[in-house]
Design a protein around this ligand. Structure first.
Ligand SMILES: Cc1cc2nc3c(=O)[nH]c(=O)nc-3n(C[C@H](O)[C@H](O)[C@H](O)COP(=O)(O)OP(=O)(O)OC[C@H]3O[C@@H](n4cnc5c(N)ncnc54)[C@H](O)[C@@H]3O)c2cc1C
Length: 455
């Protein structure tokens, strides 16, 4: 289903001088994200194309675009860096691709907070924060391309979540400004818990133009690799470090079978050892090293980011969370996909070891330490040797039934079938207000049905 060329032309005439592009090659690139990690999504989404790309530079231009889209009833898919993993940026019914990356100004930085436009790249925000002696409370490892609005709308947490919780946890974001998609768009400011009305809503219920983000005093985290003679020892060391309050921004436990993908650190992570990749506060480097030794391991790297760069080594965040999958796919594309697993609390390392044994060569594991609602929460994003859709869902069902794990399905295109599991009625109620014609990112929420649209 796409929009007639006449309606696209009428829309284009209506938005006057706002930059737009419609070359086939551009539309092809800007209609994709990283859904290719999933063979299931690739089959479903390849070939879906937007019909016109618009690039506003101000909020006023966003308002003009939203009004014209509503008037001509054209679907509109908002796009930041396009690094989402679940086809969140794929225009299922053609129409407009709204590229937010030119709306990228930092509006204010104070102690503990920054306010910025939603299309700002996260790495640029990090640089701006660093100039004031501060850093972001968390970021995805795609920060060079990813935008803050895209993280808010499509992400969940990442590097820093061990210390500062998940994105939706209190305080990380406290303000969001939204443009509605209707003939006369409104500007809505959401504060405090109300921001959850649009968080992780995949751009289905309003265009975020600005938001705030929490900052913390800058820490010169020491990027650390520690090796162990067994995955159980690596897991226990990471858990012990957490329980004893070692100050860490990242802690990822990676099994030895990943070593063949991690060629840039081959010297420090050989294939006969399991590893912990961590970012440790300078004051706790010695205490962490002592823990490593107590668990029979040894530290092979402990460097600040500038020292790592001088040694031509990559940062440790490129070896955790979903960057692990990218490392595997770089070497063996097509052979692997992945799962997203949340473990029951309190975490039992024995369960992780049982899963490793049960799945043998089918799954390679790494475990991510994070904090959710104030408590330690362990996730895994194991890579899965691709065989079939049936086998993928058999494993998902087994891990949920036998192990009590929750799987955030990365092979699903709707919010509900992926991470959220159920329809968020507050988000749907907000959609009725912010997108009354149901034009935003169609097909991405099961909570919206055609009969809800205003004529
Ligand atoms: C290697 C790799 C590692 C990753 N690691 C992490 C991680 O650690 N944590 C994590 O949470 N994610 C991770 N991701 C997923 C993704 O990179 C992040 O969520 C990222 O922040 C998305 O930002 P983006 O600008 O690329 O968003 P996009 O992909 O452009 O958009 C994501 C969603 O947000 C919507 N959207 C974008 N901008 C707006 C806006 N201004 N208003 C309304 N809706 C909007 C889009 O419509 C889309 O539905 C990873 C992905 C890859 C490929």
């Amino acid at each position: 289903m796409t929009v007639s060329p006449d309606r696209i032309a009428a829309f284009r005439a209506e938005i006057g001088g706002i930059a737009c592009q419609d070359q086939e090659r551009v539309l092809q690139v800007k209609s994709k994200d990283y859904y290719w990690y999933s063979q299931i999504l690739t089959e479903q989404l390849d070939g879906k194309l937007g019909q016109i790309l618009v690039l506003p530079t101000t909020e006023a231009e966003v308002v003009t675009i939203a009004a014209a889209a509503a008037k001509h009833r054209i679907p509109i898919t908002v796009r930041g860096g396009g690094t989402g993993n679940y086809g969140q940026c794929v225009p299922m019914e053609g129409g407009i691709i709204l590229d937010m990356t030119k709306l990228n100004r930092v509006l204010e930085i104070t102690d503990g907070r920054m306010v910025c436009e939603a299309g700002a790249r996260i790495e640029a925000l990090e640089t701006a924060a660093a100039a004031t002696g501060q850093m972001l409370t968390m970021f995805p490892s795609t920060k060079r391309l990813a935008t803050i609005g895209g993280f808010m709308s499509g992400g969940s947490g990442g590097i820093g979540s061990l210390r500062n919780g998940m994105l939706r946890d209190g305080g990380n974001v406290t303000y969001v400004r939204v443009v509605t998609v209707e003939e006369e768009p409104q500007l809505i400011d959401l504060h405090g818990p109300d921001i959850l009305k649009v968080q992780h809503a995949y751009g289905t219920n309003g265009i975020i133009t600005a938001m705030d983000y929490a900052l913390m005093p800058f820490v010169d985290w020491q990027h650390t690799i520690a090796l162990f003679d067994g995955y159980d020892a690596a897991l226990s060391c990471a858990a012990d470090a957490q329980e004893s309050g070692i100050d860490a921004y990242l802690m990822t436990v990676v099994e030895r079978r990943f070593a063949r993908f991690y060629k840039r650190v081959a010297e420090y992570f050989p294939s006969d050892r399991d590893a912990v990749f961590a970012m440790i506060a300078p004051a706790d480097v010695e205490a962490f090293a002592a823990k490593v030794v107590a668990h029979g391991g040894h530290v092979t790297v402990s460097k600040s980011l500038p020292d790592l760069e001088a040694a031509k080594l990559p940062p440790t965040w490129e070896f955790g969370w979903n960057h692990t999958t990218l490392q595997a796919l770089k070497h063996e594309r097509g052979e692997w996909t992945y799962l997203q697993v949340a473990y029951p609390r309190p975490f039992d390392p024995a369960l992780a070891l049982r899963q490793q044994q049960r799945y043998g060569e089918e799954l390679y594991f790494h475990h991510e330490m994070a904090r959710m609602d104030g408590d330690i929460q362990i996730f895994a994003l194991p890579i899965l040797r691709w065989t079939s859709r049936e086998r993928t869902y058999e494993i998902i069902e087994e891990m949920e039934r036998l192990d009590g794990c929750t799987i955030f399905d990365p092979h699903a295109i709707t919010i509900e079938d992926g991470g959220m599991k159920e329809i968020d009625t507050a988000q749907i109620d907000f959609k009725k207000r912010a997108d009354p014609h149901g034009l935003m990112n169609p097909g991405k929420t099961r909570g919206w049905t055609a009969d809800m649209a205003k004529d």
